[in-house]
Design a protein around this ligand. Structure first.
Ligand code: ADP
Length: 253
C-alpha cells in the first residue's frame, strides 16, 4: 500500500559509512513509464542511491520497493539483477572482439540467466527483437561491425541495447552521455524518449543540455535534485533551476 503504483519507491533510506550519512532519509517515488532525471553535486549520494536499489549497498534504515510487492531490501544483488532492473555504469563495457550483433545475442535472457554460448540458433522472435533494438540504438547499419571499432557513444548505445535484451522494466543510467559528442547526446535523448512509457528510466546526469532535451516540451516532467543524501528539490527543470536552495548548492553562497 506504500507504493501507490510506483515502479520504484524509496522511503526514508539512510546509509551510513562510519557515521557519515551518504544517504540521509532519502525518499523517492518513480511512476511506471516515467523518465526521471536526477542531478546533484559530487558527493550528493547519487551512486549510493543506485547501489541501494541494486542491492550492492544495504541501507541502515528505510524501505525500498520495486513495484508494489517486491521488497528490494529482502533480495540479494544477484536476485535483483533478474527481476527487471538494469543498471548501466558510466563506462561502457561491451565485448570488444565480438560484433555488435553478437554482443546483443550474448545478452539474450534465457531461463538460466544470460545466454552462455552461441551454440543455439536464434528463434524468429529473438531475431526480430535484436533487429528492433538495433534500430532503437541507432546501430542497424553496424550490426556486423566489431564492437571495439565503435565510437564511445556507439559503445554506450550498444551496452544500453544489451540491457534492453533482458527486457528490464526499470533502467538505471549513470551519466550516460559523459564523453559523447553533441550529436550522440541528441540521439541518446531520442533513444531515451522512445523508451519512456514502455520502460521506467532513472537517469543520473550532469549535462544540463541533455536534461533539457529529455524534459523538453513537458513542463510537468520531474527532475530531482539530491544534496547531502536527501532530496533538496523536485519539480520541473525550470522550477528546480530557479529554486534558491539549488542555486546556492551549485553556485556556493
Ligand atoms: P555521488 O554519486 O552523488 O557523487 P556518492 O553516492 O558516490 O555521491 O557518495 C556520497 C557520499 O558518501 C560521498 O561523500 C562519499 O565520499 C561517501 N561514500 C560513498 N561510498 C562510500 C564508502 N564505501 N565508504 C565511505 N564513504 C563513502
Amino acid at each position: 500500500d506504500t507504493a501507490h503504483g510506483a515502479i520504484l519507491y524509496l522511503d526514508d533510506i539512510t546509509v551510513s559509512f562510519d557515521g557519515f550519512k551518504a544517504l540521509n532519509a532519502l525518499s523517492l517515488s518513480i511512476s511506471a513509464g516515467e523518465l526521471r532525471c536526477i542531478i546533484g553535486p559530487n558527493g550528493a549520494g547519487k551512486t549510493t542511491m543506485m547501489d541501494v536499489i541494486t542491492g550492492k549497498t544495504r541501507p541502515d534504515a528505510g524501505k525500498a520497493f520495486f513495484g508494489s510487492t517486491i521488497d528490494l531490501l529482502r533480495l540479494r544483488e544477484n536476485q535483483i539483477a533478474t527481476i527487471g532492473i538494469g543498471r548501466k555504469f558510466q563506462k561502457p563495457t561491451v565485448f570488444e572482439h565480438l560484433s555488435v550483433f553478437e554482443n546483443l545475442e550474448l545478452a539474450l535472457k534465457t531461463d538460466h540467466g544470460v545466454r552462455a554460448s552461441m551454440l543455439f540458433r536464434l528463434t524468429g522472435p529473438q531475431l526480430d527483437r535484436i533487429g528492433e533494438i538495433l534500430t532503437l540504438i541507432h546501430l542497424k547499419d553496424h550490426a556486423q561491425r566489431t564492437a571495439g571499432l565503435l565510437s564511445h557513444g556507439q559503445k554506450q548505445w550498444l551496452e544500453i541495447g544489451m540491457l534492453l535484451m533482458q527486457d528490464p522494466k526499470l533502467l538505471l543510467l549513470d551519466e550516460p552521455v559523459a564523453g559523447m559528442t553533441d550529436e550522440e547526446t541528441e540521439r541518446t535523448a531520442e533513444l531515451f524518449l522512445s523508451l519512456e512509457g514502455s520502460h521506467s528510466l532513472v537517469v543520473v546526469e550532469h549535462d544540463m543540455k541533455f536534461i533539457g532535451e529529455l524534459t523538453q516540451g513537458k513542463a510537468n516532467k520531474k527532475v530531482t535534485v539530491l544534496h547531502e543524501g536527501s532530496v533538496l528539490a523536485e519539480g520541473s527543470l525550470k522550477d528546480v533551476q530557479a529554486n534558491d536552495k539549488v542555486v546556492e548548492v551549485y553556485l556556493g553562497r
